[in-house]
Write a protein that binds this ligand. Sequence first.
Ligand SMILES: Nc1ncnc2c1ncn2[C@@H]1O[C@H](COP(=O)(O)OP(=O)(O)O)[C@@H](O)[C@H]1O
Ligand SMILES: [Mg+2]
Length: 422
Amino acid sequence: MFLALKALACKAKRPSYFMCVLFFSSTAKKEDIKLSVCKLLNRHNIVFGDYTWTEFDEPFLTRNVQSVSIVDTELKPIDLSACALALHIFQLNEDGPSSENLEEETENIIAANHWVLPAAEFHGLWDSLVYDVEIKSHLLDYVMTTLLFSDKNVDSNLITWNRVVLLHGPPGTGKTSLCKALAQKLTIRLSSRYRYGQLIEINSHSLFSKWFSESGKLVTRMFQKIQELIDDKEALVFVLIDEVESLAAARSACRAGAEPSDAIRVVNAVLTQIDQIKRHSNVVILTTSNITEKIDVAFVDRADIKQYIGPPSAAAIFKIYLSCLEELMKCQIIYPRQQLLTLRELEMIGFIENNVSKLSLLLSEISRKSEGLSGRVLRKLPFLAHALYIQAPSVTIEGFLQALSLAVDKQFEEKKKLSAYL
Ligand SMILES: Nc1ncnc2c1ncn2[C@@H]1O[C@H](COP(=O)(O)OP(=O)(O)O)[C@@H](O)[C@H]1O
Ligand SMILES: [Mg+2]
């Protein structure tokens, strides 16, 4: 009630989003939680950027709530007394993925993984992905509009849109992760409309099993199961078809050859099934491709939004490293804790070196020389730095940054050696 009034009073275009994660064991009523969380928020005036509360004065919150976060602020200060609040209260599903197997006599190939959302496994994934431009918010806005148009039954003869997203770019840039994080985020954002989310990740490679002739039928069988999930109109269903280039490769190989093979039957079965399920308003199809040139036009044409995802810039790398260092300080592997400046703070002081800025400047230098490495490699580097050059239970931040710098150099050396074979 209180929140609704606040929302009415405010003319802000977008509300500020709050996520309240309940303990899995909590049986508290959402209404009661909402009241207590509002009280908590009312004690604060302004928050600067995303923020998470994990400790509470009120025992009721301590018992039931794992965390309350303000999210997607784009690092702008938020005046809690004047903004419209959107509060999402939910529990995380802790079951982990279940696999859909394509069973065939003695063979057993995992063709798909299946999660019920929001899943504990994807908590925090959205925030961990760093991009320079507003890729994440654009994707989110796009799918929100798609679902709104679908939900309101906008006449698709007059305005056309699809429910298919394609992310393409080099490997290791976070495409698969972004799809999963997007599914989780949308499930939370739309929790008043859909009770839960379903994410089915189809492994494109596994569709080309050695018993090709059977694959067409298996694809149909798998999509029948997906259709059953779609039939529950309280569920928002995400179908992730990862690395569609393997399907495209099969088709072009086939075009080159003389007769249509079983491979093309599989691909055609997938395309037919996609066309079937994308008609339903509670479906979003997410596809990824690592090889931009080789994506089949059949997939490109079906996607409304085609988003290139590239390797991170030095600024994004700085943020990724900063989050890694934060985590290592939290776990006390880097000790003692030291405050590092953000890139924006460094800019504000004109990159002048002093006692406060020294370490952050070093990090910015390491970030610059890391340009060209993929997000996947960057997230591994702090581990490699420790394993190769530290090996002690704890290290100072200076020591760690030196090790990180060496690990970056080594990474480029390895890359050079590997490219010699190609
Ligand atoms: N832009 C990024 N920001 C932060 N982490 C990233 C980024 N890109 C990749 N990663 C890291 O690399 C991991 C693997 O990425 P993945 O989604 O498999 O990439 P892709 O599907 O493009 O090959 C992610 O889980 C994440 O830890
Ligand atoms: Mg991938």
